[in-house]
Design a binder for this molecule. Structure first.
Ligand SMILES: Nc1ncnc2c1ncn2[C@@H]1O[C@H](COP(=O)(O)OP(=O)(O)O)[C@@H](O)[C@H]1O
Ligand SMILES: [Mg+2]
Length: 353
């Protein structure tokens, strides 16, 4: 993998640079979904984050964003940049975890010609590329401790050397770092240097996981759907069940997982988008019927368990409803009512019967 593919210099579009305050951007959306810089969300957790971003963006302080994968750490970094005085200079994002250890120093600080095998030409590093702007160091805890010393020095003095170089270089860079590990645990267990951790965490920010973002799940999902509809010139809608899933599933992969689930379901749908609860989907696949025995998974919602038992018994009775009702200890009328209600629901599939 070429390490330079991790270089991501944003060419800001003129419309993006003067980001108006959240209230103004929010009015762009018809629902109550608020938008702040590149971030969407109206939950108290996100509002608090916007306030912190607003404060840190007005300064040049180094910030450390801590949060689970997929919570939008890179978007937070971009938003700080967009709302800072550096907004017209480059935003350079580097994934430290994706660069081989022996290359990271050259990638960050550049190298001089002949400094190592294959270095046929001198090259500037990310610190030089980001001059005047913001350098985003993602997965910073993945850097080997020996490399962290050089980074700490650059942060403290604002100066550095290219690999193999003798000239001390200077770059006016604001550093924002991110990690999905608890920084204190990373210091104890993963080789993050304590001095670097404190230097980075001058202003710590927490990216809230989606399960803590009250009310944001449906609004965000609807926002992603609106975007896809606009892009594809369609008018697809979520089914009621899909909305329930979006609202009740915990989304361990956070916004990234939910966005991908919406995207996949959007592609599969003609008009109405179905998103099955991932836990139920996996259980449903594992449901086992063997002769006259059936196993129902622990945690199956009662209504689903009842449906499985009714349909399984009917199948076992060769479709004879009178016999099935007798076996289940209910009246024939009750059985008809239940079967009728399953037919009404779009999820009654032939394979279950
Ligand atoms: N608050 C948010 N509003 C809109 N999109 C978001 C938000 N948070 C995350 N995303 C989207 O989720 C995906 C993951 O975001 P990213 O910033 O890469 O997460 P992380 O760096 O924390 O793993 C991206 O596609 C991003 O656009
Ligand atoms: Mg990331």
């Amino acid at each position: 993998m070429s390490a330079s593919s991790d270089l991501d210099t944003t060419a800001e579009t003129p419309g993006d640079s003067g980001t108006p305050p959240p209230e103004k951007r929010a009015s762009r959306k018809s629902s109550s979904l608020e938008c702040y810089g590149s971030l969407y969300g109206s939950s108290p957790a996100m509002r608090e984050l916007y306030e912190h971003i607003e404060r840190v963006a007005a300064t040049d302080a180094t910030a450390l964003i801590v949060g689970e994968s997929g919570t939008g750490k890179e978007l937070i970094a971009r938003t700080i940049h967009e709302r800072s005085a550096r907004k017209d200079a480059p935003f350079v994002a580097v994934n430290c975890g994706a660069i081989p250890d022996n290359l990271i120093e050259a990638e960050l600080f550049g190298h001089e010609r002949g400094s190592f095998t294959g270095a046929v030409q001198g090259r500037a590093g990310y610190f030089e590329h980001a001059n005047g702007g913001t350098l985003f160091l993602d997965e910073v805890t993945e850097m080997a401790p020996i490399r962290q010393v050089k980074l700490l020095r650059a942060l403290e003095t604002g100066t550095f050397f290219r690999v193999g170089g003798t000239d001390e270089l200077q770059s006016d860079v604001r550093v924002i770092a991110a990690t999905n590990r608890d920084p204190l645990v990373a210091v104890k267990e993963n080789g993050l240097r304590e001095d670097l951790m404190y230097r980075l965490a001058v202003f710590p920010l927490r990216a809230p996981p989606l399960r803590e973002r009250e009310g944001d799940r449906e609004l965000l999902a609807q926002h992603f759907l609106d975007e896809m509809n606009a892009q594809e010139n369609t008018s697809k809608v979520f089914s009621k069940r899909a909305l329930d899933t979006l609202r009740t599933y915990s989304w361990p992969g956070n916004v990234r997982e939910m966005k991908n689930a919406v995207y996949r379901a959007f592609i599969l749908a003609e008009k109405t988008i179905e998103i099955e609860h991932p836990r139920l989907a996996s259980r449903a696949k594992k449901a086992v019927t063997q002769g006259d025995a059936m196993s129902v998974w622990v945690g199956t919602p009662l209504a689903d368990a009842q449906k499985q038992i009714i349909l399984g018994t009917l199948k076992f009775c060769g479709g004879d409803k009178r016999r099935a009702a007798k076996a289940l200890g209910v009246s024939l009328k009750t059985l008809y009512n239940r079967l009728g209600s399953y037919e009404d629901k779009e999820d009654t599939s032939a394979s279950e019967e």
